[in-house]
Design a binder for this molecule. Structure first.
Ligand SMILES: NC(=O)c1ccc[n+]([C@@H]2O[C@H](COP(=O)([O-])OP(=O)(O)OC[C@H]3O[C@@H](n4cnc5c(N)ncnc54)[C@H](OP(=O)(O)O)[C@@H]3O)[C@@H](O)[C@H]2O)c1
Length: 323
């Protein structure tokens, strides 16, 4: 098949291109940069320009895969490529949902009002989805609402921190600071499994809207998988939500955080989506411990730790000692 990837120079896009090449497809990428996997053809273009896709719109495509979060880019692409492409696969997000409080919700849940501002992430993705559905219709459009993406190459550090922290503790002997409350839901979709889903959607048979998150587990199960991936039985210091917040630890992501820890009840639905529809349509997800082991191997090659998210050794010592 001839697949046009709008993107292909960043993490997920590159993984999609590689997977498509590995499964025998002919892949062309459109991006401003040049770092696409070997074997893919690159058409350099800036989608801020109205005529960016004129060149590729003169060719026939079996499918388009788009990672954009910019409604204007997606509207132009849908306009220019609808006459020449059989299917349009859009990478969307579970951030499109109006409520992140409801647990176990599916694709029928209400979404945010659309916005044209890419900085308004979830609302902008709603606008992107509508542009694709309006142009291609639900039979030729495939909308993949991804959950938190993790795996090798995760520069946000959200999937790498815990296996790295447990592996480090096995060396230093210092106990790992973890949240005491571990019964809340979390999920991580491996970037390679998401790429597999998207290439499958490009091949056909996955039309319409699908949530595509990782398997839902508790934070405690995630931490156990991270500990198993790190291969060490290390001591932990479990601190309550109140204590962690009082000691300046950030939830979820970013600097001085405990990644994936979400104390806010209004966000417990974000990582608790069963994905029945995608599973019925063939979503294949590898075991979490495999994702975390591979992420640890990648993480250990990085020059700085932790990067993107988590507590540094000094931060962690300060959090343990405070109070
Ligand atoms: N990380 C998560 O947990 C998570 C969760 C849910 C969904 N998602 C979705 O997953 C996707 C991630 O995609 P990604 O890893 O490939 O990274 P990305 O940073 O979202 O990719 C942006 C891609 O679009 C291209 N691009 C941006 N502006 C452009 C322009 N003006 N003209 C032409 N090309 C342009 C970039 O290439 P150049 O810069 O080379 O032009 C790059 O290849 C996104 O759709 C995101 O919303 C992520």
């Amino acid at each position: 098949m001839r697949i046009l990837v709008l993107g292909g120079t960043a993490w997920l896009g590159r993984t999609v291109v590689q997977h498509a090449l590995d499964t025998g497809h002919d892949v062309t990428c459109v991006a401003r940069g040049s770092d696409v996997p070997t074997g893919a053809r690159l058409v350099r273009a800036d989608r801020d320009r109205d005529d960016a896709l004129t060149g590729v719109a003169s060719e026939r495509w079996d499918a388009v895969v788009d990672v954009s979060r910019t409604p204007e880019h997606v509207r132009r692409a849908a306009r220019d490529l609808e006459p020449v492409a059989d299917r349009y696969v859009l990478v969307s997000t579970v951030s499109v949902y109006a409520s992140q409080a409801e647990r176990g919700a599916d694709e029928h849940a209400a979404v945010l009002e659309p916005s044209d501002d890419p900085a308004d992430y979830g609302a902008a993705k709603v606008a992107c989805e509508r542009a694709v559905l309006d142009a291609f219709g639900p039979e030729r459009a495939s909308i993949a609402r991804a959950g938190l993406v993790g795996g090798p190459g995760d520069h946000t550090g959200r999937s790498g921190y815990w296996p790295w922290r447990f592996a480090r503790a096995a060396v230093t002997g210092r106990p790992v600071v973890v949240p005491a409350r571990t019964d809340r839901p979390t999920s991580v979709i491996d970037v390679r499994d998401l790429a597999g889903w998207l290439v499958g959607a490009a091949e056909g048979g996955r039309a319409g809207v699908h949530d595509v998150p990782g398997e839902v587990v508790t934070l405690g199960q995630h931490l156990e998988a991270a500990r198993a991936a790190a291969g060490g039985d290390v001591p932990v210091v479990a601190l309550s939500d109140e204590v962690l917040l009082a000691r300046g630890v950030a939830p979820w992501a970013g600097e001085r955080s405990l990644p994936l820890w979400i104390p806010d009840d209004d966000h417990q639905g974000m990582n608790d989506r069963p994905a029945d529809r995608a599973r019925a349509a063939g979503l294949a997800r590898r075991p979490l411990v495999e994702t975390l082991a591979d992420t640890l191997a990648w993480e250990q090659l990085q020059p700085v730790h932790p990067h993107g998210a988590g507590l540094s050794d000094d931060d962690e010592a300060a959090v343990r000692a405070a109070g």
